[in-house]
Design a protein around this ligand. Structure first.
Ligand code: SAM
Length: 272
């Protein structure tokens, strides 16, 4: 007898897509070619997984819940191009993905932000991504300077890729219904990270430090995060950025110029 479907574990963000139209919409947006390889995070009950297996050459699906994975292995036994892996997607070796992998997933919302950072860090291997997320994270990903949602995630995601909000998804498309709204975001690859940043670790550190104290001016926020005040003043001047501005008003290009200018300061930033 086939295994019964285990009850949903909300702790693991288990809100399953039950609307076949929504699954079709996601597959259409992913625009998979038969020679492409896919990574799915959190296959759940496997409805999206089956559609992915039909559209792509191969699918790696990483599921944390052992009971669900056992159920899924039986349910999708006829999907011969599926590599179902039991484990934590936060610990997945993204650097081993086939070159040009397409990531398609209805992410577990409780870990969506750290997962996004992992995926963005692995962008060299990834051709594009279609991700279901909670609406507030989706808005942060596409926010522009001056928007309320603009922050670290906006700058780092838009540096690494080109995210766009594809469509909103009603809670009625899931069982159990999530308490928050959902949206699908598509990330297209940038040919060249634009603007070019030579020291990405420093760029990330500056973006994080600049937003660490949202209400403060840039100069004060960077100082409070331990950067030498004289270095900041010189770097802001040479980047042409007014020290009285706040991080939430700076565009990607300006963060890149600031990071160049701080790198050019040499000693002041090395000791940061
Ligand atoms: N893809 C399915 C769907 O659309 O119906 C399920 C999506 S559900 C929102 C998220 C899935 O991610 C669940 O199956 C959950 O068990 C799994 N999950 C939660 N945390 C995980 C983690 N750290 N690594 C891998 N999978 C995880």
């Amino acid at each position: 007898m086939p295994s019964a479907l285990p009850p949903p574990r909300k702790r693991l963000g288990q809100h399953f897509l039950i609307d076949p139209n929504m699954i079709r919409k996601i597959i259409t947006l992913a625009d998979l070619r038969p020679e492409e390889d896919v990574l799915e995070i959190g296959p759940g009950r496997g409805d999206l997984t089956r559609a992915l297996c039909t559209a792509a050459r191969s699918v790696i699906a990483v599921e944390l819940d052992r009971k669900l994975a056992a159920y899924l292995a039986e349910r999708l036994a006829d999907c011969h191009n599926l590599d179902l892996q039991i484990g934590d997607a936060l610990a997945f070796p993204y650097e081993t993905l086939p070159q040009g992998t397409v990531v398609v997933a209805n992410l577990p919302y409780y870990v969506s932000t750290p997962l996004l950072f992992k995926l963005l860090a692995a962008r060299d291997r990834i051709a594009r991504m279609v991700l279901m997320l909670q609406t507030d994270v989706a808005r942060r990903l596409v926010a522009q300077p001056g928007d309320r949602e603009y922050g670290i995630l906006s700058v780092l995601a838009q540096y690494a890729a080109e995210p766009s909000l594809a469509f909103q998804v009603s809670p009625n498309c899931f069982r159990p219904r999530p308490a928050v709204g959902s949206a699908v975001v598509r990330f297209m690859k940038k040919d060249q990270p634009h603007p070019r940043v030579t020291d990405e670790a420093l760029f990330t550190k500056i973006v994080r430090a600049a937003f660490a104290h949202r209400r403060k001016t840039l100069v004060n926020s960077l100082r409070d995060e331990g950067l030498d005040p004289a270095t900041i003043s010189r770097a802001l001047e040479s980047a042409g950025v007014d020290p009285a501005r706040r991080a939430e008003t700076l565009g990607l290009e300006e963060f890149a110029s600031l990071s160049h200018a701080i790198a050019a300061e040499g000693k002041g930033y090395v000791e940061w």
